[in-house]
Every structure is written in structure tokens, then in C-alpha cells.
Design a protein around this ligand. Structure first.
Ligand SMILES: Cc1cc2nc3c(=O)[nH]c(=O)nc-3n(C[C@H](O)[C@H](O)[C@H](O)COP(=O)(O)OP(=O)(O)OC[C@H]3O[C@@H](n4cnc5c(N)ncnc54)[C@H](O)[C@@H]3O)c2cc1C
Length: 467
């Protein structure tokens, strides 16, 4: 796609209710900033849309002037897909309204909302959408890739709770997609990322959750990793439906509940979240601690909205990051060996490995019901994330992420990759490898129908078929 330097931005300003920010406008630097501090790009213009008509006008303008489009929801994509050099950023941040109908247990969420916006509105009624762990993540990018977090075992992926979307496609038209209307498009947006257009509205089914949940953190030192991982896998295999466990190689938080001498020490943890009774949560914590005694443990009831914000500060804007992911079907000896060999070699204390448990409601959804990149058999979603505070430290963390991901590869499931865990696409973790051959072929077909010229390509790109 060609880019033009003399684009009539004044035209665009006259068509939008929202602000149009170019390099000469105050606030330009703020408007091009994304979550990953390693990304620094200079768009020609940022269209801060206020409503669906603004989005339509921005898409039409971009296509007419041959401008490359980046669509921005919460700006958390590791690769910086939501900002583009010399092109147009279609920014939905101001479109963050959430409306909840407690009677039908449904929420309508505008395309630029953050997870925290949804949690605040839904928890007012004791309801929730299963989503991610950090409240400043965007609903749009997270949902379009799949969406996994504390409620995945209880309610499935975020896409498993999606009822309909409104999408502005490459021709500037608004399309509604659901099981009964444009079902092909509805299938594709549930896992196929931002390939099919700009989603201006999501409608979700809600689950009863909270307002209080049960939280537990159990932490082991680095040298107990092998024994601890071998023990916890047995407990995780038999979890009740109302408890979820994320296993992590993390540093102990500098929190008051952590004994002072252990704060910021590297090690392994299980984070245990119960949405049912205190007893079932306590039983799981006791079983996890029962094999290899943790260095410390902490359990408490807490509001669900607080749980959702607990990791916000540790994952603040401006950190320099690089991520790679895979699925493993079990914490086999091979996986445990790969982790315990590589985790001690990270140089930044902020770098982490997280293993999200995916079973229960996640596995009750048919493999081909959505375009999700990955199978539905019980498994762990593994994220290896290099995180550091400054650019000069990133090359070492990137090398560590790659080495750890390479070591896990022989044990990885070969039925897909979670597109939201990919920072870049290479020969091994290509977009094609993210989907089963059948899903990929169907995605190409639907992409060719709705976006034949590949207008929306700053994503895990599905390339349309040639005419
Ligand atoms: C701190 C942090 C925590 C995370 N935690 C989790 C987690 O717990 N669970 C999980 O599943 N994932 C998690 N992720 C990964 C996250 O799902 C992806 O980074 C996701 O892409 C973020 O969405 P966004 O809207 O914030 O990002 P953006 O960068 O704005 O967008 C991401 C992609 O979606 C496209 N897009 C954005 N908005 C729209 C829209 N309205 N219509 C069409 N396309 C759009 C963009 O063009 C881009 O390709 C986390 C990421 C970070 C950085």
C-alpha cells in the first residue's frame, strides 16, 4: 500500500467528530505511544474516533488515500500492531462505553474499552466476562485473539462468551455478525484477530462472579523448581471447576504480605483463584503446599475487581518487552526440565514465564466452533515474556525468551499457537502455524470475502487469496 505525504488531513478533520492529530498537533507524541516501550513509530495521523461513523469515515479516508491502517484498541499488542509509521492510526480509546443488562446477563462493550471498564460495569451487578489478568489491556485485541484469564476454566475464553459484534469492514460498511447474521464473519472474528475490520461493539454473555473471590499465592525458591513443578502438576490435573491455578516463574512481589527477606527474589509460584467456596479454594492451596513446602504463602478473600487490578502496576506502560508462546498439554518432565534449565538464566528480574490452565469450560467448546488458534483439549497456555525497564537490556531478554521457547518446542502441542502471545512472526511461529490447516483455509476464504485488498494487515495477518 502506498503512503502519501501530502494527504489532505483537513478533509479528514472535517469528516470526524473526534480529534485528528498530526505531527504538528499538541499531544502527537502521547497519541502515538503504545504499551510496549520498545516500539517507537511515527504515524502521519491519528484519528481519535468518538463513534462508529468516525470509524467509517477514517477507514474510507485511509483506503481512498492509500494510507496504511493501524487499528488501536488498548494498545497492548507486544508487536506494536496498533501504531504505524507514516500511516493512519484509527484510535478507539474514547469509545469505551459499557452497558450491562443484568436481567438478560448481557453486556454491550464499545470497541476501545479496557478490561477494567468492563469489570467495573459488570461487577456492579455481580457479573463478569471471562477475560485477561491486567485491567489496562484492551478488550478488542484480547477478544479477537481469544482471551484467557482467571475465569477460563469456569466460562471459557472471552470469545466463547461473545454473542455478536458490529464491524466496519474495508468498504466502510457496518456489518453485524452473530450466529444468525453473517455467521462466517462471526466465526472468523473469534480468534482471527483484527483481520476482518474494525470492531466497534462487542456483545457478551455474562457469568455470576464475586463480588468476593478467594486469592492465594504460594511461592517457592528457584532451587525447589523441579520438585515443586512435579508436585503441582498432579494437583492441577484434579482441580474443581470453581478454582483456577496459574503457574509462574516470577519474582516475589514487593508486597507487605511477602516476608521482607524474600521480596523480589526469583522463584516459582502458583496463583490460586477460587470463585466458589472458601473450602474448595483452601483445599487446593493445602494440596499445592502439601508436597513441597513453599517459602511463603498468602491467602485472602478479595473483590474480583481488585484481583483484576493486582498485576496492573507490575505490567505498567513503557516497559520494554518481547513475548513468545506455545501450548503444552501437560507439565511433563520435558517441560519441567526446559523451565528449570532456562528460568535461572534470565537476566532481568521482571522477565517471567506464565502457564495458564486451559480446561473445564474451555475444553467443552468444539475445536472448530471458533477460529481460535489452538486446540481445545486440556492444556496450558505458556507465555515466555522478557520484560525490562530500558532498551539496552532488551537484547539479552529477547535471547532468553527465544532460548526458553526453543527448549519448550519439542514438548509443544502442534495444533496451533495463541496469536496474542506472538511478538513477531518467523518461520516457526508463523501465522499459518497458529491455526490448524482447516481453520487457516477457512480464514483465508473469509478474509478474501471481506477484505480482498488486505486493508487490515497490521495483525497476525491472514493474506487473502489472489483474484
Ligand atoms: C500487560 C499485558 C497483559 C496481558 N494479559 C493477557 C491475558 O491475561 N490474557 C490474554 O489472553 N492476553 C493477554 N495479553 C495479550 C493481549 O491479549 C494482546 O496483547 C492484545 O492484542 C491486546 O489488545 P489491545 O486492544 O490492548 O491491543 P492493540 O495493540 O490496540 O490491538 C491488538 C491488535 O488488535 C487490533 N485491534 C485493536 N482494536 C481493534 C478493534 N476495535 N477492531 C479490530 N481490530 C482491533 C489491532 O490492530 C492489533 O492488531 C496481555 C498483554 C499485555 C501487554
Amino acid at each position: 500500500m502506498t503512503q502519501t505525504a501530502d494527504t489532505p488531513i483537513a478533509d479528514l478533520r472535517s469528516q470526524l467528530r473526534g480529534e485528528v492529530v498530526d505531527a504538528d498537533a499538541p499531544g502527537y507524541d502521547e497519541s502515538r505511544r503504545v504499551w510496549n516501550g520498545a516500539i517507537d513509530r511515527r504515524p502521519l495521523v491519528v484519528a481519535r474516533c468518538l463513534d462508529e461513523a468516525d470509524v467509517q469515515a477514517a477507514v474510507r479516508f485511509a483506503v481512498e488515500h492509500g494510507l496504511e491502517i493501524a487499528v488501536r484498541g488498548g494498545a497492548h499488542s507486544m508487536s506494536g500492531a496498533s501504531v504505524v509509521d507514516d500511516g493512519i492510526v484509527i484510535d478507539l480509546a474514547a469509545m469505551n462505553q459499557v452497558t450491562v443488562d443484568p436481567a438478560t446477563r448481557r453486556a454491550v462493550v464499545a470497541g476501545g474499552a479496557l478490561l477494567g471498564d468492563v469489570d467495573a460495569a459488570t461487577q456492579a451487578h455481580g457479573l463478569a466476562v471471562p477475560a485477561g489478568l491486567v485491567s489496562h489491556t484492551g478488550v478488542a485485541g484480547l477478544t479477537l485473539g481469544g482471551g484467557m484469564g482467571w475465569l477460563t476454566r469456569l466460562g471459557g475464553l472471552t470469545i466463547d462468551n461473545l454473542l455478536s459484534v458490529r464491524v466496519v469492514t474495508a468498504d466502510g460498511q457496518v456489518r453485524v455478525a452473530s450466529e444468525s447474521e453473517s455467521p462466517d464473519l462471526f466465526w472468523a472474528v473469534r480468534g482471527g484477530g483484527g483481520n476482518f475490520g474494525v470492531v466497534t461493539e462487542f456483545e457478551f454473555a455474562l457469568h455470576e462472579v464475586g463480588p468476593l473471590i478467594h486469592y492465594g499465592l504460594l511461592f517457592w525458591s528457584l532451587d525447589r523448581g523441579l520438585e515443586m513443578l512435579r508436585h503441582v502438576r498432579g494437583v492441577i490435573d484434579t482441580l474443581p471447576d470453581d478454582v483456577n491455578v496459574i503457574v509462574g516463574a516470577i519474582s516475589a512481589p514487593p508486597a507487605p504480605f511477602v516476608p521482607e527477606q524474600h521480596r523480589l527474589s526469583p522463584g516459582y509460584a502458583t496463583i490460586v483463584v477460587g470463585t466458589g467456596t472458601a473450602e474448595s479454594h483452601a483445599d487446593v492451596c493445602a494440596a499445592l503446599a502439601g508436597g513441597v513446602p513453599p517459602l511463603f504463602e498468602f491467602t485472602t478473600p478479595m473483590p474480583y475487581v481488585e484481583l483484576q487490578k493486582m498485576l496492573d502496576d507490575a505490567n505498567g506502560w513503557g516497559l520494554h518487552c518481547y513475548d513468545k508462546g506455545c501450548y503444552v498439554t501437560e507439565l511433563s518432565d520435558e517441560v519441567v526440565d526446559a523451565l528449570t534449565t532456562h528460568v535461572p538464566e534470565k537476566t532481568s528480574p521482571m522477565s517471567i514465564v506464565l502457564l495458564y490452565r486451559l480446561d473445564g469450560a474451555f475444553s467443552r467448546v468444539a475445536e472448530d466452533a471458533t477460529a481460535f488458534g489452538g486446540g481445545r483439549s486440556p492444556r496450558f497456555g505458556v507465555f515466555v515474556i522478557g520484560v525490562c525497564p530500558s532498551p539496552e537490556l532488551l537484547p539479552a531478554e529477547r535471547a532468553w525468551v527465544r532460548a526458553t521457547a526453543d527448549a519448550l518446542r519439542p514438548a509443544a502441542a502442534d495444533d496451533g499457537i495463541y496469536v496474542n502471545s506472538m511478538t513477531e512472526f518467523d518461520a516457526v511461529s508463523s501465522v499459518q502455524a497458529a491455526y490448524s490447516p482447516g481453520k487457516y483455509a477457512r480464514l483465508v476464504e473469509i478474509k478474501t470475502t471481506y477484505d480482498p485488498d488486505n486493508v487490515f494487515h497490521r495483525n497476525a495477518n491472514i493474506v487473502p487469496a489472489l483474484p
